[in-house]
Design a protein around this ligand. Structure first.
Ligand code: ANZ
Ligand code: ZN
Length: 814
């Protein structure tokens, strides 16, 4: 009997699929009134569309390691099942190739970024192809392709026309290492996300997108999407909507007022001082009144280089300076209060000024202790002489409001002092300028006569010029500023001399809308055909890392809503379902990285064990969302499993039935389908393993049962199943065959949840078929990383098994 030889099978089928185009999306329904039909059962049934998408990669110089494809394999399994179930599937791949990493790689390796990207794309694509992924490669896109970034620039111009892209001169985050301005989303705490350098605040001219205009819709529409709750919650926090009051405090002896923003107007009677942010414009206006101006001015100057994260860090010692000669009147009780400047109050949130209530606000409490300011309790329930009280309770020291519940007087007190009830957001406008070479040029021309003018649409794409030196200038200008022939141009409005904008876009620009271009990748008239878009959008299933929660996923939703408003797209949200992929970490428990020398290259695994084994292993390692450690040793398990499926063909018979195993078969059809649908790939695979155990007990394996097994396994092991399917004499690809259906009557709900103990301590739970024996339960339990981590490296002495309930694994003593 010939052995399972992945080397022969895999390359052969990859070439065959490429030739026959099995994974091409059916375009017959694109932009036409005709539905797309499934005729596999003879009569035509309408095929619903299914758009499955991966967060497309930046093709790095190092190529893929085994951690990268985990998400791609998952969407591949998912889209294969969907295709077999009769969906018209769109599953696509492209390259997010602009941005700092590509540029830094190019500088380090002394190649032009374009050449580096081209080379890396070839390598990435080869690697993905070797894994048998079912992408429709006829739709491949690359964000650095002028035909693509023409539309990235086009969107910018539309935003500019609507007043959503504007020039600003405010201090922004500046990374001294990367030598570029950055958005808040590019920071990890106080440091640059790319290079870990502490960022500075630097005043400079830049382009900014008015994402805050969409804050509310982005918040409300989270209800419309089926995303992990944790991701929705990070977006809610990032957007940071807060309701509260704006209240005016009159400045004594002046006509000016300090307007504060507070979410706790109920504590107004307990305010004992006010604080202005160092950036607050009133400070300069009050200069005449401030007797210690020099001290104040120095404090403000010193604040400039400190980031917000630093300023608001919990537990950081509070600092500030009192404004001598300035005081304000509390509108609730006419009390006279001192005023400070302190950097724990931020210039860009609320009104840049607060009323401080030390009894009920942590930061104010710390500050008041340090500067010996009074603490006045107004909400009962704690002991404010020793600690701050932030709970709720009845009011005291609050005039006519005494005795009322604090929660209920917020609006009443606001009205009492003629305040305004308002909504504020933490989200900031998006700093969109980068002073780097490798990005989309911002399509703007500066003219002395006309001001800022957009590049006319007919001149798009505005191509990135070839340069000799693309290293940053260090002056805060992009390298493009050094190319006179490029900078000097004609104003499209008046024909006079103009200068091109030299900043480029951030690497998030292309990824904010790329998913639309896959729908219509070769359209040179519009970004995407509206009818095609209507058919394919929104993305039904989107898979990628959770680290994108407050970056790419915020930006893309903003872009999408804008495109909706200008009539480019038909739906308000881009991604209906989202699944987060857990990391694969290295065997040593660290992140896989060249730096640690612990990288496993998928090419080696594919060569030695085959792509099908790699795929099965990655889906079996543990729950999809969790991070798991790679173990080259464990790959042999999935490989042996495939060999067993391969050998089973020797026992095939045309007739015969599964006998008692029929229930297992029926259950497996249901469970594998349900599990793939919910991204429970590891349990789908255990189900298949149980089914194979059952089938191996038979003298003769019925052909129909074997075919069902192959179909259920096909999404995970597409090459092996295709080979066996064709050997059995079937016409056409197994990947276009009908997904098996089950008979609910024959499929008893017979599962049991078994508690797994190691040396008597509970280490996990596994779901198994109710009649599973000790061996089966052991196999499933050991596949569970939370159990196996207690066992690795030790030997099992004996096991105590209580059917349907418990498995206790007792280890040898060491
Ligand atoms: C008085 C007060 C009393 C406050 C109290 C809180 C508790 P969120 O929920 O994040 O919106 N605040 C307002 N503007 C600020 C700024 N620019 N920089 C720093 N802090 C600022 O927080 C709103 C609260 O944060 C406001 O309510 C204000 O302090 C402070 F017992 O006002 B509060
Ligand atoms: Zn940096």
């Amino acid at each position: 009997m010939e052995k399972y030889d992945h080397k022969q099978i895999e390359k052969k089928w990859q070439a065959e699929w490429e030739k026959s185009g099995v994974y091409r999306a059916d375009e017959s329904a694109d932009g036409s009134a005709e539905p797309c039909l499934d005729t596999r059962l003879g009569r035509g049934i309408e095929r619903p569309k299914q758009y499955v998408l991966d967060m497309f990669p930046y093709p790095s110089g190092e190529g893929l390691h085994v951690g990268h494809p985990k998400g791609y394999i998952a969407t591949d399994v998912y889209s294969r099942m969907k295709r077999m179930q009769g969906y018209n599937v769109l599953h696509v791949m492209g390259w997010d190739a602009f941005g700092l990493p590509a540029e830094q790689y190019a500088i380090k390796n002394k190649v032009h970024p374009r050449a580096a990207v081209e080379r890396n794309v070839v390598r990435y694509k080869d690697q993905l192809l070797s894994m048998g992924l079912d992408y429709d490669w006829s739709r491949e896109i690359n964000t650095t392709d002028p035909e693509f970034y023409k539309w990235t620039q086009w969107i910018f111009i539309r935003m500019f026309e609507k007043g959503l892209a504007y020039e600003s001169f405010e201090p922004i985050n500046w990374c001294p290492t990367c030598q570029t301005g950055l958005a808040n989303e590019d920071l990890e705490g106080a440091v640059c996300e790319r290079c870990d350098t502490v960022v500075e605040k630097k005043p400079m001219r830049q382009w900014v997108l008015r994402i805050t205009d969409y804050a509310d819709r982005m918040l409300v529409d989270l209800e419309k999407v089926d995303w992990p709750e944790s991701i929705k919650e990070s977006q809610r926090n990032w957007i940071g909507r807060s309701e509260g009051a704006e209240i005016n405090f009159k400045i004594k002896g002046s006509r000016e007022v300090i307007t504060v923003f507070t979410t706790r107007p109920d504590t107004l009677f307990g305010a004992t001082y006010c604080v202005l942010a160092p950036e607050h414009a009133l400070l300069v206006e009050l200069k005449e009144h401030i007797s210690n101006w020099d001290e104040v001015a120095k404090y403000c100057e010193d604040t400039k280089t400190r980031t917000e994260i630093e300023r608001t860090a919990e537990g950081r010692e509070k600092t500030g300076v009192r404004l001598h000669g300035v005081s304000v009147i509390n509108p609730a009780n006419d009390g006279e209060l001192p005023v400070f400047v302190a950097d724990y109050v931020l210039g860009h949130y609320g009104t840049g000024a607060v009323m401080a209530v030390p009894a009920h606000d942590e930061r104010d409490f710390d500050f008041a202790k340090k500067y010996e300011l009074p603490v006045v309790e107004v909400v009962q329930g704690g002991d404010v002489s020793t600690s701050v009280f932030i709970g709720s309770g009845a009011l005291v020291n609050s005039g006519k409001f005494d005795g009322e519940k604090n929660e209920e007087v917020k609006k009443k007190i606001t009205d009492f002092v003629k305040g305004r009830w308002v909504t504020k957001y933490r989200l900031k406008d998006w700093v969109f300028s980068r002073q780097r070479y490798w990005g989309e040029p911002i399509p703007i021309i500066h003219c002395e006569e006309c001001g800022v003018v957009a590049v006319p649409e007919k001149d798009l794409p505005l191509k990135l010029p070839q340069v000799d030196s693309y290293t940053p200038t260090g002056t805060g200008e992009s390298p493009l500023a050094l190319i006179d022939e490029w900078v000097n141009t004609v104003c499209p409005k008046c024909g006079g001399p103009g200068k091109r904008e030299t900043d480029t876009m951030p690497n998030w620009a292309g990824s904010s809308w790329y998913y639309l271009r896959f729908i219509d990748p070769h359209n040179d008239r519009t970004l995407v055909d509206r009818e095609k878009e209507k058919y394919w959008s929104p993305v039904d299933m989107y898979v990628g890392g959770a680290e994108h929660a407050t970056r790419h996923l915020i930006y893309a939703r903003f872009y999408h809503k804008f495109l909706y408003d200008i009539g480019v797209v038909n739906y308000e949200e881009p991604f209906m379902r989202l699944q987060n992929v857990g990391l694969i970490i290295a065997e040593d428990g660290r992140k896989m990285s060249k730096r640690w020398g612990n990288v496993v290259n998928p090419d080696d695994i594919v060569a030695q064990y085959g792509a099908d084994t790699l795929r099965l292993y990655e889906m079996f390692m543990g729950p999809f969302r969790q991070s798991v450690a790679w173990s080259t040793e464990s790959i042999i398990g999935p490989r042996r499993f495939l060999e067993r499926v391969w050998r089973m063909k020797e026992k095939l018979g045309e007739v015969g039935d599964m006998g008692a195993g029929e229930v297992v078969l029926q259950n497996s059809i249901k469970k594998v389908g349900d599990d793939i649908e919910s991204f429970g790939f590891n349990t789908a695979i255990s189900t298949l393993m149980i089914l194979v155990n059952e089938m191996e007990k038979l003298e003769v394996v019925p052909r129909s049962a074997y075919e069902t097994l192959l179909k259920l396994l096909a999404p995970f092991a597409p090459h092996l199943t295709e080979e066996l399917w064709s050997e059995m004499g079937n016409k056409g690809s197994i990947h276009l065959s009908l997904w098996p259906t089950y008979d609910p009557a024959k499929c008893v709900a017979s599962e049991a949840t078994i508690v797994v103990q190691v040396d008597g301590k509970m280490r996990g739970q596994v779901v198994v078929p109710a009649d599973a024996d000790e061996g089966v339960v052991k196999g499933i339990a050991l596949a569970n990383p939370s159990v196996s981590k207690w066992i690795i490296g030790k030997s099992i002495k004996r096991m105590i098994f209580v059917p349907r309930k418990l498995l206790n694994i007792v280890l040898e003593e060491v």
